[in-house]
Design a protein around this ligand. Sequence first.
Ligand code: PLP
Length: 384
Amino acid sequence: MIYFDQAASSFPKPVEVGEAMVYALNEIGANPGRGGHELARKASGIIQDTRERAARIFGCSDPKKAIFSPNATAALNQALKGLSWEDGDHIIATTFEHNSIRRPLENLKQTYGVDISYITWDESDEIFIERMNKTMNSKTRLIVTTHASNVTGSLLPLEETTKLASKYDVLTLVDASQTAGHMRLHMKQMGIDMMAFPGHKGLMGPQGTGMLLIEGDIELQPIFQGGTGNFSEEPNQPDQMPDKLESGTLNTPGIAGLNAALKAFEERQNENVPRETILTETLLNGLEKIEGVTCYGPSKYAHKMPIVAFNILDIPSQEIAMILDSHYKIAVRPGLHCSPLTHETLNTTEQGVVRASLSIYNTEEEVVAFIKAIEEIASSYNLI
Ligand SMILES: Cc1ncc(COP(=O)(O)O)c(C=O)c1O
C-alpha cells in the first residue's frame, strides 16, 4: 500500500509513539491528577512533560495555557465559543477554512448575531492582506485563519495577518492543522494569540489528541464543566488554568504518544527543506506534465505544504481515488475534504479534487509509482 492520505491522518507513526502509548497503558494506567499515589504521579508527569514540551516547541509562554483536547476541532470550538460574543461583533476568516472553523462560526452567527467575513487568497499575499485590511471595522474582534489549506496545501501569509491584527488590536486564532509538524511555528515570535493543532497529522502522533495553545491574557470560558481533580468542594468550574478548560479524565496514553511525536518533531524542526517538501515538489512536477491533469494551488514551493490537489479531465475525483485504491493499492482522498468554501473558490464543488498528501516516511519510489499510475489512468481516459 502506498499511503498518500497523510493530511487526513498520518501513517505510519514514529515507532516511539506506539511504544510510549503501550508503556502508558500497560505500566501506568492510573488517572493523572486524581490521586497522590505513585502511578497517578507518573501519569501526571507524562501530562506535565507533554504540556511543557508543546509550549516550548510552539513558543507559548505559559505551559498552563497549553490545553489538551481530543482533536483540532475541539480545540477550535473551545477557542471560538470560549470568547464572549455580542450581537454585531465581527469576525474575519478565510475561504480556505475547514468545517471545524466554518461550522462553529456559522453557529456563532446564528446564536449571537456575529457577523462573519470570509476573505479569499489567490496567490497574492499583498492583495489578501489588503482585502483583510478593507474588511476590518470597529466591531472586528477576531481574525481566525487556517495556516495552510487542507485541500491545496497553500500557505497563507500568517505573519502579515497577525501584524494587521495587532495594528487594530484584534485577536488571532490560527488553525495549524496542516502545518504543525511540517514547519517551525513560534506563537510569540509570530504574534499568534491562540493556536490549535491535532496530534495525528503532520506531528505523526496518535488520533484522539490535539491542543489549544493560548498566548497572553485571553479569557476563555470553558465549553465543558466537570471534574478537574482539584477544588472538588467548589460547585463552579475552577478559574485556574489548565483545569478551567480541561474537565474530565485526560487521554494519558494518547498524550504519551503525542509527547513522543513532539520529541521527534523537536529534532527535525530546524531542517532547511523538510524531506516531505522535496518529495512533494517531485510529485507536482511529474503530475503537471501529464496530459489531461490539472493541478490546483501554488507551484512555488515557498508557498506549499506536502499536499498536491489535482483532477484528470472532468472525471469525478471519487472515481480516480477508487481506481487508485482498487487497482494500484494507493490511498488518497477525493471529494471536498470538509472544506466546501475552498472548492467554491477553486470551482471544483461538483468534481471535488484528488488529494495526495505526504509525510517524511513516504519515498521517492512511491512518488515515481504514483506518477506512473496517474499517467496510465489519464492516458486511458484521454484515449476514450
Ligand atoms: C485545516 C484543518 N483544520 C481542522 C481539521 C480538523 O482536524 P481534527 O479532525 O483532528 O479535528 C482538519 C482535518 O482534516 C484540517 O485539515
